[in-house]
Write a protein that binds this ligand. Structure first.
Ligand code: NAP
Ligand code: MG
Length: 397
């Protein structure tokens, strides 16, 4: 390695897995160069969350980070960890600082069949994470009256429209988005499509919402001009359609593409797609900024329930796949950026060793019931990692 990887440690069961993964699958094989940030809740509290900000800045500087799942504190965590403040979600802080988009992809294996029988390859969902209904304002009208939409520009633009003349009670909702945020989203999407060499779909309802959704469509078209040639060279496409048409097509597709969604569509569709593919423990996630910085992680949380069992000395069979793939994704990206084919090779072989293990039926408990056509052999986390290590050693020998 030439450039350090930004390493963000985390909480609970995933923090335990983090160390196990490093000891079994990384340190014996890679001369790891990382800049370590402890995003465990205790240290976040101790530094008044400065460590989260520092880790995001390091990601801006070096370009590639790998993150362990972290606790987002709530009232109960305040007392459990004796916190000075209810710190914000680290993922939210990092995403805001990098202005990034999150892409979620399932890890698929032949013995776990997606609920949708046509799906043969993973579908990656990209959700626009700003605005629309998530930053709306709402009014409940309790009597007859007029609702108006008014814009007062700083330089004189003034527009006023009647939303509705109420004859009785009703509800009103106002929402917004910004060109800057939509543009960042578009850049992240096109960059990541080129990375994966996969076609990207985007859909809105611009036939009905001509100005609002129409603006999304127009900005995507405009930004795509910058990527058109690279897409042609990579043999991939940008495909725009209406959201209802997209949903119908996704169901009949084979998968193997990225589906970019507006905020609400992404919220709903990502839960549908990930559930249909099988297991939260097999879902990877990467944050991509519009200027090409990457933060890899698992989509699941810190698996608290397993951690409490672990603390009692009980054996746990927590699935480390998504966290391993966060590491392999980060190594591959680092290798590509720094022109280190050996590091890219290691990342490929690490993932292949995981598939060797799963395809032989060696799995953690969460997957056992999902498998068809293979008799599963359930292992605890430590033995599962040992089995992967054996396969990795064979591959790298
Ligand atoms: P979670 O950690 O994702 O776990 C929910 C349940 O899903 C687990 O109890 C377990 O089911 C199953 N599961 C998830 N990952 C698994 C794995 N790798 N192997 C096996 N089973 C797995 O969600 P949560 O319990 O709602 O949240 C726990 C903490 O994580 C919270 O403090 C939350 O703030 C945080 N969180 C962090 C992130 C992040 O950093 N990206 C994301 C989400 C949540 P069973 O109990 O049935 O075995
Ligand atoms: Mg949701």
């Amino acid at each position: 390695m030439t450039t350090p990887l930004v390493e963000m440690d985390g909480d609970e069961m995933t923090r335990i897995l983090w160390k196990m993964i490093k000891d079994e699958l990384i340190l014996p094989f890679v001369d790891l160069k990382s800049e370590y940030y402890d995003l465990g809740l205790e240290y976040r509290d101790k530094t008044s969350d400065q460590v989260t900000v520092d880790s995001a800045n390091a990601t801006k500087k070096y370009g590639v980070a790998v993150k362990c799942a972290t606790i987002t504190p709530n009232v109960q965590r305040m007392s459990e960890y004796n916190l000075h403040e209810m710190w914000k979600s680290p993922n939210g802080t990092i995403r805001a600082m990098l202005d990034g988009t999150v892409f979620r992809t399932p890890i698929t294996i032949p013995s776990i069949h997606p609920a949708v029988k046509f799906w043969k390859k993973p579908i990656t969902i990209a959700r626009h994470a700003y605005g629309d209904v998530y930053r709306d304002v709402e009014i409940k009208a309790n009597e007859p009256g007029v609702a108006k939409l008014v814009f007062e520009g700083e330089n004189g633009q003034r527009e006023e429209q009647i939303i509705h003349t109420f004859k009785g009670p009703g509800v009103i909702q106002g929402m917004h988005n910004t060109d800057a945020s939509i543009r960042s989203f578009a850049h992240s999407c096109f960059k990541y499509a080129l990375d994966l060499k996969q076609t990207i779909w985007f859909a809105t309802k611009d036939t009905i919402s001509k100005k609002y959704d129409g603006r999304f469509k127009a900005i995507f078209e405009e930004v795509f001009e910058e990527y058109k040639d690279a897409f042609e060279k990579a043999g991939i496409e940008y495909f725009y359609t209406l959201i209802d048409d997209a949903v119908a097509r996704v169901m009949r597709s084979e998968g193997g593409f990225i589906w970019a969604c507006k905020n609400y569509d992404g919220d709903v569709m990502s839960d549908m797609v990930s559930t249909a593919f099988g297991s939260l423990a097999m879902m990877t996630s990467v944050l991509v900024s519009p200027d090409g910085k990457y933060e890899y992680e698992a989509a699941h949380g810190t698996v608290t329930r397993h951690y409490y069992k672990y603390l009692k000395g009980e054996e746990t069979s927590t699935n480390p796949m998504a966290t391993i793939f966060a590491w392999s994704g980060a190594f591959r990206k680092r290798g590509e950026l720094d022109n280190l084919p050996e590091l890219v090779h290691y990342a490929d072989e690490l993932e292949a060793a995981c598939f060797d293990t799963l395809n032989a039926g060696i799995v953690t408990k969460d997957l056992a019931n999902l498998m068809e056509g293979v008799t599963p052999v359930v292992k605890n986390s430590a033995d599962f990692l040992k089995a992967i290590r054996e396969n990795l050693e064979k591959r790298l020998a």
